[in-house]
Design a protein around this ligand. Structure first.
Ligand code: PGA
Length: 256
């Protein structure tokens, strides 16, 4: 038995208007809004945060953003800050997603500033790490993950670390239907837990949740979620429909 409560987070990416989002979470709230076995977070696009947040009120579902800037305010056209997200009652923020890294040029130092800013503002960062297919084939998966993790968590204190959530997302598995095998995922999750132990000590490392992301679906979730160091999922495609997302939450509730 693990001390870590499973967490299922939905990353809607650039999908859904506010009314589409409210319709989806209304179904989610009806199906899983009262269960307490699994923590559940939905991360809509910024334009839907406020209305989705309102639709979540009174349920156990929590609200997350997909990105933010590390400064609190200022001349950063197009950006939003941690205090702005907090004002909408967001509790989580995805940081360093591979799409941000690959398509928007985010590097580890920049992502690290965001992690620090999130924690300072009582937002839980979901820090994403993961290798590309070329990196896996070159045998550098663990090295890449180590660099991203250590750089991303630079300056995070031992007392703050339990509030951090890590998402291991092999880039080659995201949106491709090619899921990592449970052995491949568990190997990297255990490695991450080992790195967290070195950084923060065993007791803290045992508290940090490490999610798997990359084509997780109700059909492959039970096996992945049954692994010792896989504490939940960061779900893209399968978070856009109520039925598949609810089934993932149920799979997490049943995983031991
Ligand atoms: P996917 O996306 O579930 O559609 O593969 C996961 C993610 O990018 O977080």
């Amino acid at each position: 038995m693990t001390l870590r409560k499973k967490l299922i987070a939905g990353n809607w990416k650039m999908n859904k208007t506010p009314s589409d989002g409210v319709a989806l979470v209304t179904e989610l709230v009806a199906a899983i809004g009262k269960q307490t076995e699994v923590d559940v977070v939905v991360c809509p696009p910024l334009t839907a945060l406020e209305s989705v947040g309102r639709a979540l009120e009174g349920s156990i579902l929590k609200l997350g953003a997909q990105n933010m800037h590390f400064e609190a305010s200022g001349a950063f056209t197009g950006e939003v800050s941690a205090p702005m997200l907090r004002a909408l009652f967001a509790t989580h923020v995805i940081l360093g997603h591979s799409e941000r890294r690959a398509l928007f040029g985010e590097n580890d130092a920049f992502i690290n500033q965001k992690v620090i800013a999130a924690l300072k503002n009582q937002l839980r960062p979901i820090l994403c790490v993961g290798e590309t297919l070329a990196e896996r084939e070159a045998g550098s998966t663990l090295k890449v993950v180590q660099t991203q993790l250590e750089a991303g968590l630079d300056g995070v204190g031992k007392e703050q670390a339990p509030g951090v959530i890590i998402a291991y997302e092999p880039v080659w598995a995201i949106g491709t239907g090619k899921v990592a095998t449970s052995d491949q995922a568990q190997e990297v999750h255990a490695f991450i837990r080992g790195l967290l132990t070195k950084l923060f000590g065993e007791a803290v490392a045992q508290k940090v949740r490490i999610l798997y992301g990359g084509s997780m679906k109700p059909a492959n979730a039970p096996e992945l979620l049954g692994q010792k160091d896989i504490d939940g999922g960061l779900i893209g495609g399968a978070s856009l429909e109520a039925r598949s997302f609810v089934d993932l939450v149920k799979a997490a509730a049943e995983a031991k």
